[in-house]
Design a protein around this ligand. Structure first.
Ligand SMILES: *[C@@H]1O[C@H](CO)[C@@H](O)[C@H](O)[C@H]1NC(C)=O
Ligand SMILES: *[C@@H]1O[C@H](CO)[C@@H](O)[C@H](O)[C@H]1NC(C)=O
Ligand SMILES: *[C@@H]1O[C@H](CO)[C@@H](O)[C@H](O)[C@H]1NC(C)=O
Ligand SMILES: *[C@@H]1O[C@H](CO)[C@@H](O)[C@H](O)[C@H]1NC(C)=O
Ligand SMILES: *[C@@H]1O[C@H](CO)[C@@H](O)[C@H](O)[C@H]1NC(C)=O
Ligand SMILES: *[C@@H]1O[C@H](CO)[C@@H](O)[C@H](O)[C@H]1NC(C)=O
Ligand SMILES: *[C@@H]1O[C@H](CO)[C@@H](O)[C@H](O)[C@H]1NC(C)=O
Ligand SMILES: *[C@@H]1O[C@H](CO)[C@@H](O)[C@H](O)[C@H]1NC(C)=O
Ligand SMILES: *[C@@H]1O[C@H](CO)[C@@H](O)[C@H](O)[C@H]1NC(C)=O
Ligand SMILES: *[C@@H]1O[C@H](CO)[C@@H](O)[C@H](O)[C@H]1NC(C)=O
Ligand SMILES: *[C@@H]1O[C@H](CO)[C@@H](O)[C@H](O)[C@H]1NC(C)=O
Ligand SMILES: *[C@@H]1O[C@H](CO)[C@@H](O)[C@H](O)[C@H]1NC(C)=O
Length: 708
């Protein structure tokens, strides 16, 4: 009642108000219609390039905080770049690059054109680039091995042999725009279709809007170097309850086991002798968590697993005069994280085996691409300047040659004496002590692997393939030629380790099982989620097996899939099933016959029962253990270390990619201007109405009306 008098329909001010709101409504409607509806299609199978940092540099890629957007342009041959770099009228562009063109020379062209490139999406090349492609360096881990300008300068910086001759260091460059890998062909097809439908113009004229655009999000929090980001994180965690960490050290676990169990709570006696068999677990590529590493890691650790199984089966394995230690180093790709940590722990007495216990050291380098049966034995010329070390190495080589004599498919060869060691974990041990060691590899000089640390170092690279008509379960047990060849190498390794450990009687009966090798290769390179891998893992780890191959990037949240799977594969191959119920398996301290100092116990899923509805879980006892692989630089807080690896990975909030249609700049500008105009107009009108409110909204106030 009180306000009714002011709102009469015949009032001219009220009319103008209605007209105004109608106008605003109309303007809003017009704006809503004029902009093309944006339909986002998110890309679900992509891998980003992320930022990594070492003591002095940052490498990798990133987008701006809100993601980088550009008009899509497909580059299938080098000439197509012309449009992106100079001709195209609508920069910036996001380039969809054919995988075969993803080379250093082309990337340098893109890098030099600030402003016109918003990002890059790279499709997988099929078939893979035939000349080879390696984004790693020509001299991997240079500066962190044994040779330097002051020690063996003639061998330093791979002067004599550029081991990874095809390496173009692309994965060690810093890019200011985001780069994504498109892992799925079907998604690539969807993107190309969007490009064809909207962005192609006849005869090189400017295409008409709306155009297909791509947006890439991969903003990285850390900048400059590990020194900078770790210092920042450390200050934050000192002064802030809720510290903002911007980078994390690359770290994981080494996997190791002993032929004869040792007491974990006590160091070995100084006169206990141990033969070390070593290899590496990890690899990398240009893209985050895409690291198939078939030749650079998987074939070697699979071979070593098979050798461990064969040696454990020797009847006198537990009575040999010397012990054998199998170790699988993590993070070797990033300046020897795993081996440098183990040497550090051995020196500090934090590991049951000490450096002086090491009798000899046999490392498996890349071994799957042997030409004409040859397996090369690489040794270090520097330490052999000492007569006694030289004699030990000679004895080691002749033991290997004797062990190889019984295996016609493997011919052990020595390279020229003056040649340095290839990049290897042994180099980290030699930095600490002149032990006698050898690195076995398929190459005499430069790598045979043409895809070192590339996304194409897959099963195909080591010629693992299966007949098409087989089921997954048949593939798992199908013995490939690669598996046979690697089993031969494993047999030689097993026999050599047996002899080095002082065994004599059964050397010729040690035989690696090609079936084991082929199942391991299938699991690591083709399909991790297979019946065997499921059967030897703990139940809580079963989600670690995906339907594809495992990726061997060390990462920061650990243990990673590979680490666990290798540990439990080793336990399956070298351990025993013990008859303990679940509770006792998980805590065997009360069982008189069992000992946690000597063994590791695991309650594993077991195989499917005969009726295939449930599993038959069991307790497996082995010596397969994990040991921390975090660079000592972080333990010592020496973030600028040149002695130890300093690699860290930046943190990020959001990584994703999507495509959508965009309207032209002009149209967006017009829309924006109209929007602003409407806003300004309505502000003014509101102000006027407000100022004249007493006139417009007449409210006859009766003095008594307020009192309810
Ligand atoms: C850090 O990485 C960059 C790029 O690979 C390299 O040039 C530099 O030498 C590295 N720094 C150290 C201390 O290793
Ligand atoms: C791609 O699409 C085809 C046909 O739709 C399908 O058969 C194929 O499995 C798809 N490939 C992948 C990798 O999803
Ligand atoms: C990705 O997944 C979303 C939701 O499942 C789907 O709408 C979209 O089409 C997918 N993207 C592609 C390129 O297939
Ligand atoms: C493209 O150019 C060719 C020759 O220059 C001409 O014959 C053709 O009609 C043009 N096509 C369009 C769509 O303009
Ligand atoms: C292992 O060493 C610890 C400490 O020296 C000792 O107490 C324990 O009895 C040893 N265990 C075995 C099985 O020898
Ligand atoms: C050679 O190495 C042995 C240990 O392996 C050491 O005892 C000896 O002193 C070294 N000789 C020289 C000349 O350095
Ligand atoms: C290994 O031997 C070489 C040559 O005899 C010597 O220069 C070097 O210092 C030794 N290294 C260690 C770690 O003792
Ligand atoms: C191995 O051979 C040695 C002599 O060469 C013999 O004394 C020993 O009993 C043999 N061991 C086995 C387990 O046969
Ligand atoms: C692995 O395969 C089994 C069937 O063989 C399936 O039930 C399970 O979901 C798969 N696991 C993953 C992680 O894909
Ligand atoms: C690794 O394990 C994680 C966590 O269970 C899982 O999500 C991922 O799919 C696994 N990766 C591969 C390559 O199998
Ligand atoms: C290893 O796995 C196989 C197949 O699942 C199984 O038969 C065997 O008992 C396992 N061995 C151990 C020691 O767990
Ligand atoms: C399947 O076999 C397991 C063990 O052999 C048994 O416990 C289970 O009851 C069986 N399930 C069915 C459905 O027969």
């Amino acid at each position: 009642m009180a306000t009714a008098g002011g709102g009469s329909a015949s009032d001219p001010a009220s009319w103008s108000l209605r007209f105004l709101s109608f106008c605003v409504l109309l303007a809003g409607l017009c704006r809503g219609n004029s902009v093309e509806r944006k339909i986002y299609i998110s890309l679900n199978k992509t891998a980003p390039c992320v930022r990594l940092l070492n003591a002095t540099h940052q490498i990798g890629c990133q987008s701006s905080v809100s993601g980088d957007t550009g008009i899509l342009h497909v580059v299938e041959k080098e000439e197509d770049l012309q449009w992106v770099l100079t001709d195209g009228p609508n920069p910036p562009y996001v380039v969809l690059l054919e995988g075969a063109l993803f080379t250093r020379s082309l990337m340098e062209k893109l890098k030099g054109t600030a402003g016109r490139i918003a990002g890059l999406a790279v499709s997988l090349a099929k078939p893979r680039p035939t000349p080879g492609s390696s984004p790693s360096m020509k001299c991997p881990n240079d500066g962190f091995g044994i040779y330097s300008n002051s020690y063996g300068p003639e061998f330093a910086h791979c002067r004599e042999i550029p081991w990874n001759n095809l390496g173009d260091s692309l994965a060690y460059e810093d890019f200011s725009f985001p780069i994504f890998l498109l892992e799925d062909e079907n998604e690539t097809r969807v993107i190309k279709q969007c490009y064809r439908d909207h962005n192609l113009s006849p005869n090189g004229s400017a295409p008409a809007f709306p155009l297909c655009a791509m947006q890439l999000f991969s903003h990285m929090h850390a900048v400059v170097s590990t020194v900078t980001c770790m210092r920042r994180s450390s200050i934050q965690s000192t002064f802030s309850i809720n510290p903002e960490i911007v980078c994390d050290p690359l770290s994981d676990y080494n996997v190791w086991s002993m032929l004869k169990p040792i007491n974990m709570s006590a160091a070995l006696e100084p006169d206990d002798r141990v033969v070390v068999a070593a290899t590496r677990l990890d690899s990398r590529s240009f893209f985050w968590n895409v690291a198939p590493g078939a030749e650079s890691a998987a074939a070697s650790f699979v071979t070593q697993l098979a050798a461990a199984e064969a040696l454990q089966k020797a009847p006198d394995a537990l009575t040999l005069p010397r012990n054998v230690m199998f170790v699988f180093f993590q993070g070797e790709t990033f300046d020897y994280i795993g081996s440098s940590r183990m040497v550090y722990d051995m020196e500090k007495g934090k590991f049951p085996v000490q450096l002086e216990n090491i009798d000899s050291f046999v490392e498996l380098g890349q071994v799957a691409l042997r030409n004409s049966l040859e397996l090369w034995m690489h040794t270090d010329p520097m330490s052999q300047k000492n007569e006694s070390v030289h004699n030990q190495v000679e004895a080691l080589l002749s033991t290997l040659e004797k062990s190889g004599a019984g295996v016609p498919a493997v011919v052990l060869r020595r390279p020229a004496q003056s040649q340095p060691l290839p990049p290897s974990s042994l180099q980290r041990f030699l930095r600490a002590r002149n032990i006698s060691g050898v690195v076995l590899a398929d190459h005499a000089t430069i790598f045979h692997n043409r895809y070192y640390q590339s996304i194409y170092d897959t099963a195909e690279n080591i010629h693992v393939s299966y007949p098409e008509w087989q089921s997954p379960e048949e593939d798992l047990n199908f013995v490939t030629d690669t598996a046979k060849a690697l089993a031969d190498v494993a047999t030689v390794l097993g026999r050599a380790l047996y002899r080095l450990a002082g065994g004599t009687n059964f050397s010729d009966t040690i035989q690696a099982d090609p079936q084991t090798v082929t199942r391991l290769l299938y699991g690591f390179l083709v399909r991790a989620n297979n019946s065997w891998f499921q059967s030897f893992l703990r139940q809580d780890l079963r989600s670690y097996l995906g339907d594809g191959p495992l990726q061997h990037y060390i990462a920061v949240s650990s243990p990673t899939n590979t680490t666990y799977v290798v540990q439990y594969a080793l336990a399956n191959l070298t351990g025993q099933v013990v008859d303990l119920p679940r509770e006792q398996c998980q805590d065997p301290s009360k069982v008189p016959s069992e000992n946690k100092d000597l063994y590791e116990y695991a309650w594993v899923q077991g195989p499917l029962s005969a009726n295939e509805t449930s599993r038959l879980p069991r307790c497996v006892r082995s010596t397969a253990r994990l040991a921390r692989a975090l660079s000592p630089a972080f333990e010592l807080r020496q973030w600028g270390s040149t002695e130890y690896s300093t690699w860290t990975e930046s943190r990020w909030k959001d990584i994703r990619a999507r495509i959508f249609l965009v309207a032209s700049r002009e149209l967006e500008f017009v829309t924006l201007t109209v929007g602003f105009g409407v806003l300004a107009f309505s502000l003014i009108v509101t102000y006027c109405i407000n100022a004249k409110a007493d006139v417009l909204f007449l409210a006859p106030r009766e003095p008594g009306a307020v009192s309810y």
